[in-house]
Design a protein around this ligand. Structure first.
Ligand SMILES: [Zn+2]
Length: 265
């Protein structure tokens, strides 16, 4: 697993991170956004829909992605993955779930987060991609493993060919949980200690749990990348639900394969 291997970009007043290994795939565009430039990307009650849509447009423009290609989900902390396999027209953003995968070019898949982890999956041979929303509930429900399995079953992806990037989220320095959550993780990961006692509570290492699951799914550790930045520790850079509660905005992890016609244009 690599902690290095990410680049911070600053374009037109906004900032985002990309994973260098993903950047080497010619037709792939992706990003983990930050809050720099007041870039709230989530439809939260305190922000205006027009402003959020404009912010999404700012990020997509900075990446050279057409704005009408963006697809998102109604996220519910589940382990449900959906595959977009016919056309972008089949997708309804009200559909509930926490992972979106496709091998169609010209479809941008995105997840919204503020402490939960955005996990991006890319593969070059068949061009399969996925965006996953993984908090502690989704991780306990094995959402990344289930997404890789769905991509294998429905798109023909081999996990050994996949690249996986774990974006910004709340890490073991800050993710305090109670004994019930701790016990659930101990049962799910009998061989890997995921948490440490912290007063009467426990500190949970979600990226460690996620990378263990991604390895178990068959992705070589040399192809798993972890940005290593804690959202709670960097309130200047990221939205954090634990730090800001209902006033937290959302950052996005997203990726797409640009259509050949758009590349030559
Ligand atoms: Zn932290």
């Amino acid at each position: 697993m690599h902690r290095a291997g990410f680049t911070r970009h600053q374009v037109d007043g906004i900032a985002f991170y990309t994973c260098d290994a993903f950047d080497r795939i010619p037709d792939l565009r992706h990003a983990f956004s930050t809050r720099c430039g007041e870039l709230n990307l989530g439809m939260v009650p305190w922000d205006a829909k027009d402003r959020v849509e404009h912010n999404r447009f700012r990020l997509l423009s900075a990446l050279g992605i057409p704005k009408q290609t963006l697809t998102t989900l109604s996220q519910i902390h589940s382990s449900q993955c959906h595959i977009i396999n016919k056309s972008i027209a089949q997708w309804d953003t009200r559909i509930q779930g926490d992972a979106l995968a496709t091998s169609l070019p010209g479809v941008t898949v995105g997840v919204l987060v503020a402490d939960c982890f955005p996990v991006l999956i890319a593969e070059q041979k068949i061009g399969a991609i996925a965006a996953v929303h993984a908090g502690w509930r989704g991780t306990l429900g094995n959402i990344v493993l289930k997404t890789l399995e769905a991509m294998e079953r429905e798109l023909g992806l081999h996990p050994r060919d996949a690249l996986v990037a774990v974006g910004p989220g709340i890490r073991s320095c800050c993710l305090e949980v109670g004994s019930e959550v701790d016990a659930a993780f101990r049962a799910e990961f009998p061989e890997t200690p995921i948490s440490v006692p912290h007063g009467h509570k426990f500190l949970l290492d979600l990226p460690l749990a996620l990378t263990a699951q991604i390895s178990k799914a068959g992705v070589p550790s040399s192809q798993i990348f972890d940005l290593g930045l804690c959202t709670r520790c960097h309130p200047d850079c990221f939205f954090s639900y634990r730090a800001e509660g209902k006033l937290a905005g959302r950052q996005m992890g997203l990726l797409t394969r640009i259509c050949a016609s758009a590349l030559s244009a």
